[in-house]
Each structure stands twice: as structure tokens, then as C-alpha cells.
Design a protein around this ligand. Structure first.
Ligand code: GLU
Length: 288
């Protein structure tokens, strides 16, 4: 009899601040999903934004996870060591005419979309790009990657996509049409000029490289998933199963932010809380 495929989950924090209760919840869910099925739990440090990433936050992440009793398998993946992989994928998409170079600032985009003839609408990355550089930034024959932000030409790249969601809030099979991607997502940035990649591109390539079968993360990233699934299709990478969990909120119902130091795991630790207390606070059963 053929065995069931191994479950591989991951926790992918950015070392830009202390881990808070929301991170603990995300990490414990991914960890327990792997451990309960005899699978693997991997760790990835999402440090492409070098202007904000700090080594001491990375150390604190390791320390907090160990304290929570979460062990990870294999070496830690670090995005800052994978820039050549991102570049290769961009080159592939560029050669296929799916990208265009763009030097628009946020202000340029705001000015263009607030022009009276345009309808203002928002996608997973904020304002939907009005297409200003789509023609002028297109590839010339034989041209190598330009030193500019690179956007996906959605009208050229879009196709009908689908993915499976197993967490409660969005449970089911999600179908997104080519037209919806063009109208509701638009020409998203795949490489920021200062980073040489973007969260969307990096996360897709990294999940594939780590052979992640189940992506467990907060529901705030649910809308970004359609971009990820489209990129997986374009780059011929497998689409994992998704689990977008609910977000841990403060007493006033506000989402916890990294800068919310009062909710940092380290603060609870310093105040004498135990890992079991943290599990209880985020509504999870005791560790088995
Ligand atoms: N690095 C992201 C964060 O810290 C998580 C991205 C993901 O899980 O896909 O919010």
C-alpha cells in the first residue's frame, strides 16, 4: 500500500521585532500539525528587508521558539542567502515577457488612480496599479533584467487558478478566475528595487525549495495566496495546501503588531509566564 505523503509545515517570521502571541499561535499550530502526523516542521527567516532585519531579533526568535518547546527540523533557511534564486526566477519571467520595469513611486500611483476618470480600488497589495509603465517598461528583445522595480503584467500572466484551504475561516476549494486576478489584484510588484525580490516571489520559491505541503499562517495573508498560487503555476511549482488561521487580537479587538511589545513572548517570560500559559492564552490545548 502506498503511504500517505509526509506533512511538512513551516514557520516563517521576519526578524524585525519581537515575536508576540500571534506568532506563537502560528508557530505552535504549524509545529503541532507536523508533529501530530509524524511530519516535519521547518523554520525560515524572512529577512529580505535588510533595512529592518536585525540579528538580535533573529536570536530572540530562536530563543522564544526553544522556550515554547518548539523544535524545528534541519537547517534554518534564510532569505538573504537566496537572492540568486529569486533573480533566476525573475529572469525566467522576464524572458517570457511577464514582467515590466516600473519606477512609479507610491505618490505617482495615488495621483494616477485619483484622476477623475479612474475608479479607485484596492487589491492584496494596496491600490491596484493603474498601468502607467506597462508599455514603456516592457522588455526589449535581448534585454537583461533592468535595475528598477519589476511588476507582473497581470493581463499577460493571469490564468484560472485554484487551491485548497483547510482552516475554518476560509475552508474549501477556492477558484479564482483569470479576470478576477486582472481586475482585483493587478500588476503586483515581484521585485522591489531595493530588495531584488518581493515577499510574494520569495515565499513561493522558498516554500517550494523547503517542500512545504501545508502553509500555515495568519488570515491576514489569505488574499495574497492567489498571487502565490498564480506564481506557482507560472514557475511550474507545486501548490501546497493552505491553512489561514484566525488572528490573535488584543482586548479591544485590534490585531497584534510586532511593535506591540506588551504582548511580546519575551515580556510574558520576564513576567513569569510558562509555555503552558502561552498555549492557554492563545486558546490552544496543552502540549502532548
Ligand atoms: N514573514 C511573514 C510574517 O512574519 C510570514 C509570511 C508567511 O507565513 O507566508 O508575517
Amino acid at each position: 500500500m502506498k503511504g500517505k505523503a509526509e506533512v511538512i509545515t513551516r514557520f516563517a517570521p521576519s526578524p524585525t521585532g519581537p515575536l508576540h502571541l500571534g506568532h506563537a499561535y502560528s508557530a505552535i499550530l504549524a509545529h503541532d500539525m507536523a508533529r501530530n502526523t509524524g511530519g516535519k516542521f521547518l523554520l525560515r527567516i524572512e529577512d529580505i528587508d535588510q533595512s529592518r532585519a536585525r540579528p538580535h531579533w533573529e536570536e530572540q526568535i530562536f530563543d522564544d521558539l526553544r522556550w515554547l518547546g518548539l523544535s524545528w527540523d534541519g537547517p534554518v533557511m534564510r532569505q538573504s542567502e537566496r537572492l540568486n534564486i529569486y533573480r533566476e526566477a525573475l529572469d525566467n519571467l522576464w524572458q517570457r515577457d511577464f514582467l515590466f520595469a516600473c519606477n512609479c513611486t507610491r505618490r505617482d500611483i495615488e495621483a494616477a488612480v485619483s484622476a477623475p476618470q479612474e475608479g479607485v480600488s484596492y487589491g492584496p497589495d494596496g491600490l491596484i496599479y493603474p498601468g502607467t509603465c506597462r508599455e514603456s517598461g516592457a522588455r526589449k528583445p535581448g534585454q537583461t533584467l533592468p535595475d528598477a522595480a519589476l511588476r507582473l503584467n497581470m493581463a499577460r500572466a493571469a490564468q484560472d487558478i485554484q487551491f485548497e484551504e483547510i482552516c475554518e475561516i476560509h475552508r474549501g476549494t477556492h477558484h479564482i478566475s483569470r479576470t478576477e486576478l486582472i481586475e482585483k489584484v493587478g500588476d503586483v510588484v515581484l521585485a522591489r528595487r531595493d530588495m531584488g525580490t518581493s515577499y510574494h516571489l520569495a515565499v513561493v520559491l522558498d516554500d517550494a525549495a523547503q517542500r512545504i505541503t501545508h502553509v500555515t499562517r495568519g488570515a491576514d495573508l489569505f488574499d495574497a495566496t492567489q498571487i502565490h498560487v498564480l506564481l506557482q503555476n507560472l514557475l511550474e511549482l507545486p501548490t501546497p495546501t493552505y491553512c489561514h488561521h484566525d488572528l490573535i487580537r488584543d482586548k479591544n479587538g485590534k490585531r497584534l503588531a510586532k511593535r506591540d511589545d506588551a504582548r511580546a513572548i519575551a515580556t510574558y517570560r520576564a513576567d513569569g509566564a510558562s509555555p503552558a500559559d502561552i498555549r492557554r492564552m492563545v486558546g490552544l490545548p496543552p502540549a502532548t
